[in-house]
Design a protein around this ligand. Sequence first.
Ligand code: CTP
Length: 437
Amino acid sequence: MARILLGVSGGIAAYKALELIRLATGAGHAVRVIQTPTSRRFVGAASFAALSGAPALSSEFSRDPMRGAFPDQPLPSHEPIGHLELVANADVLLIAPASANTIAKLAGGHAENLLTSAALAADCPLVIAPAMNNRMYEHAATQANIATLRERGATIVEPGSGRLASKGEHGVGRLAEPAELLAACERVLATSPGSAADANGAAAPGGNGAHAVKLLAGVRVLVTAGGTREPIDSVRYIGNSSSGRMGLALATVALERGAEVTLVAANVALPSAAGVRRVDVRTAAELQRACEQEFERCDVLLMAAAVADFAPAPAAGKIKKDGRDRLELVLEPTADVISGLAGHRHAGQTLVAFAAEHGADGLQSARGKLAAKGVDAVVLNDISRDGIGFDSTENEVTILTAASGVGTPAERHVARAAKEQIAAEILDAVEDLRALG
Ligand code: CTP
């Protein structure tokens, strides 16, 4: 159980903050809400108060009937300074949605409303979930502000891509889903010094006062993401439905833990976190070249990309129907990139492969890949199950490691969760492997 101080700024996505409160309180957390005055034009204080069980505040000059306490706390006998008492009691400050304006104010250190004043006074971890129009999000000013906040230790929950609020507009800028926001808070709390995770992995209260430990500080992490496309002719290709979300989540979480991250992205339409060095590729051969270039200087390789095992020799131009009643394609095997890299790995490198398998024999097959590919871990996901894995926001995996030291299980099952949460578990396993040497 933790105390989540939720800051809501102006934007259509403010309605998603209501669902977040429902999920958070359902999971046993206590929530208090601070709204910017503009956010009240989108969702009224009464809705937030009803769901959180405490008044939603928006002005420094209005009295907080709860005197800065969370719903699980007794009321203090004195009348404290509202926003200072609220942040002192909070284990995490989540700002969702964070508008371009609020992000700019936070980056500039402004304190001109209750939310920005509270953020400035907060020494608990800060989680920021931007939501805005894609052109506003991609503007250099917004990106620079986000990079500044990240450098100061804030955790950024990247917005998703898709249909935006303005009619006919598509792009990046949609607020992350409430389950992802809650997972991000729980992950941050679990890695914050002073907020020891309990036996179930949930964060314990009382963790205000410090940012997440940078466990991968200075570690160079190479991540591959997405799916390769092998051209058949000048316009067609053989591809797969990997969105790149798992690799992007790994890159983001590694960055949050202080790593220097390079992402080799195969046909990934989604944006990567500011601060990640990104190399875009299309085919298995391009991915192989990029990985070979980057591998020597990396400490950790996370091979999440779905790489084609076979590719056609592309025809010149566009293949015409030309009255034929069938078209046969001959596919030749591609190089197994991770096995090739494992063949010239150097001491101290940690290699993780991913295995997308169907059904009951998956575990056996993944165990085989651990040895055959010469890697330290294989992350198995069962693609026969609905709603997880390829092109979805959630996953459920089993992490198989070759290590057998005390306390390091050879197999760790990670229950269904947002891909950021799964990424955190995978990076925990990587840290265990690195500690074992
Ligand atoms: N991989 C790779 N190069 C390839 C194919 C796969 O580096 N040409 C990597 C993937 O990125 C993944 C791991 O190998 O990390 C497992 O991929 P998978 O396709 O499941 O395994 P395969 O060895 O191709 O076996 P199969 O498809 O027959 O199950």
